[in-house]
Design a binder for this molecule. Structure first.
Ligand code: NAP
Length: 216
């Protein structure tokens, strides 16, 4: 059983991570801005308020945990720019402040920086709308920052190109830098199977200090 602090527990992906972690017997502290929004109840669930952009808030909820997970988003493009890399810096600072007792840090990333079969990156595709490019590069900037961090045990998990609520099959494929695609070239994962992969990483710690990605 792991003790997990989860930012973004109200979100599309965070709520699946919350359910998967609780179903596997982990103890979860959901860190939300508005507790009224969180409808989930469970004997292993504690709900606290916190702000991922405030390192002191991160430090307070990270104390005593085994893992801090962040599934935060920023809504639109500018919202992601204002949230994702600043959150990365705040999360690292808050966790780092706990010194030898610092928990691991696992963050939900983006697919934009992944390599495509033609050797380019997802964000190089023609015709991507500006808001999407902003979201992709916000995650890319956060990943660049994580890669400078050597004193916190971080992991960044990029979804497939498409992630949406769906079925929990319990199976997935992983890669490090290459977009995971199926036989027809599509890259997708259900939010439920993404959560399976993330909670597997909590339990198995296969990707400390690196980014990996998951597809169906
Ligand atoms: N293919 C891809 O690469 C791909 C696809 C989808 C999503 N993603 C990424 O996955 C992440 C999660 O996406 P999602 O769709 O699950 O997002 P979502 O449904 O919009 O949820 C985002 C969550 O972040 C929380 N949040 C935002 N700012 C916060 C702050 N300062 N402090 C604490 N919590 C904060 C929100 O809390 P409130 O409820 O209080 O607003 C919400 O629970 C995003 O970063 C997104 O870019 C990547």
């Amino acid at each position: 059983m792991a003790k997990i602090a989860l930012f973004g527990a109200n979100g599309t992906i965070g709520s699946r991570v919350l359910r998967e972690a609780l179903d596997r017997g982990h103890q979860v502290t959901a860190v939300v801005r508005d507790p009224k929004k969180l409808t989930e109840t469970h004997e292993n669930l504690t709900v606290v308020t916190g702000d991922v952009l405030d390192p002191k808030s991160v430090e307070a909820v990270a104390a005593g945990q085994d893992v801090v997970v962040s599934a935060v988003g920023g809504g639109d493009g500018p919202g992601h720019v204002a949230t994702i890399e600043p959150a990365a810096k705040s999360l690292v600072a808050g966790v780092r402040a706990l010194g030898e007792k610092a928990p691991r840090l696992i963050t939900v990333g983006g697919a934009g920086s992944l390599r495509t079969p033609d050797g380019k990156q997802v964000w190089d595709a023609e015709g991507l709308p500006e808001f999407l490019l902003q979201i992709m590069h916000a995650h890319g900037d956060a990943l660049d920052y994580y890669r400078t961090v050597t004193d916190v045990r971080w992991t960044n998990l990029s979804p497939a190109g498409l992630i949406e609520p769906g079925e929990r099959t319990g199976t997935y494929r992983t890669a490090l830098e290459d977009l995971v695609v199926d036989g027809s070239g599509k890259s997708r994962i259900s939010a439920e199977d993404y959560a399976v992969a993330l909670v597997d990483e909590i339990e198995e710690a296969n990707h400390i200090g690196e980014r990996f990605t998951v597809g169906d």
